[in-house]
Design a protein around this ligand. Structure first.
Ligand SMILES: [Zn+2]
Ligand SMILES: [Zn+2]
Length: 318
């Protein structure tokens, strides 16, 4: 395969998976960049301004908007539109257009699957448009204070008051809206310490936030108590929670099914086992990276978060 051909297929894959805004940011040089303007977080925020938002109708009146940060689920209805995740404000015009196409109900409710900027940056404008914001209590804690993510070399300042969740919970919370029930459940520490799932019970559509990245290696945020072991536990929980017919929305990547969750869990577990064995032998991080423990998986999973970064993330918690 030529370099050129490979580049195009990677780009095509990322565009079709709604990952275009993240793809530039996860080039290895940027992951470690220190200055504004050539930085992962800045790059993703800027890319959102030109992102194409794709709307996909799922089941039971639930739709998904793809292309601005994490995947956004939308349930319109008489109680006002409910959104799961807020996207990035650079896409506000496009998101507004996409929401209007789903009906005239006002935006009334927003759920954050976790505190990360690509899921919460849109909180402030959605709140000003009329949405109350529901999240795990740790999402409000993280957004309320300056929070540094070491692996992004970035410190997020405290969010403005209008961006903070208005209603928080600890373990579980059921919303009864638009003639249906949306069950929110905390995972415990997983990708961060604030991850929740959102299950549209009647439609059987399950949004699992960044506990699932469909088709690519996940990022894991150790700075806010995420870990590879927590990520594997969440993957196991997702497999338990859904059935063969559940429509599953990942935090990033295309909509999938339980089979995809199983494949993701198996990949995580296999790489964790390999890396943990090498670490137990006393190998340093550079030695483990040189041993390429992800090699068998890189063609399929390595197109966004690079294999070296993912190896580092696994090693940190192995
Ligand atoms: Zn995300
Ligand atoms: Zn995240």
């Amino acid at each position: 395969m030529t370099i050129r051909g490979h580049t195009f297929s990677r780009r095509d894959f990322l565009a079709s998976a709604g990952l275009a805004t993240l793809s530039a940011a996860f080039r290895p040089a940027r992951v470690n960049a220190q200055h504004e303007g050539d930085h992962l977080v800045t790059t993703i925020r800027e890319a959102a301004a030109t992102a194409k938002i794709e709307v996909q109708s799922l089941r039971g009146n639930v739709s998904m908007l793809m292309g601005s940060g994490g995947n956004i689920a939308v349930l319109p209805g008489k109680d006002g539109k409910l959104l799961i995740d807020a996207g990035i404000p650079g896409s506000r015009m496009e998101i507004t257009r996409a929401l209007e196409a789903l009906g005239g109900d006002p935006i009334k409710h927003l759920v954050n699957t976790h505190w990360h900027f690509d899921h919460t940056d849109g909180n402030e404008w959605l709140h000003s448009a009329g949405a109350s914001i529901i999240a795990h209590e740790n999402t409000r804690t993280r957004l309320s204070t300056a929070t540094r993510v070491e692996d992004w070399a970035f410190t997020f300042p405290p969010s403005p008051a209008g961006a903070l969740p208005t209603d928080v919970f600890t373990n579980d919370c059921a919303l009864h809206l638009n003639g249906t029930t949306i069950q929110l459940s905390y995972y415990g520490p997983a990708h961060t310490d604030s991850d929740i799932s959102a299950h549209f019970v009647d439609a059987d559509v399950f949004h699992c936030g960044d506990t699932w990245w469909n088709g690519v290696y996940p990022f894991i945020d150790y700075s806010t108590v995420g870990s590879i072991k927590g990520t594997i536990r969440a993957a196991e929980a997702n497999i338990e929670k859904v059935s063969a017919t559940t429509v599953v929305i990942p935090g990033h990547g295309p909509v999938g099914t339980r089979a995809g969750l199983i494949e993701f869990r198996d990949m995580l577990a296999a790489i964790h086992t390999k890396v943990a064995a090498l670490k137990k032998q006393g190998q340093s991080l550079p030695e483990v990276i040189a041993a390429k423990p992800t090699a068998a998986y890189d063609d399929k999973w390595g197109k966004l978060v690079p294999p070296t970064l993912f190896t580092r993330l696994v090693y940190a918690g192995a």
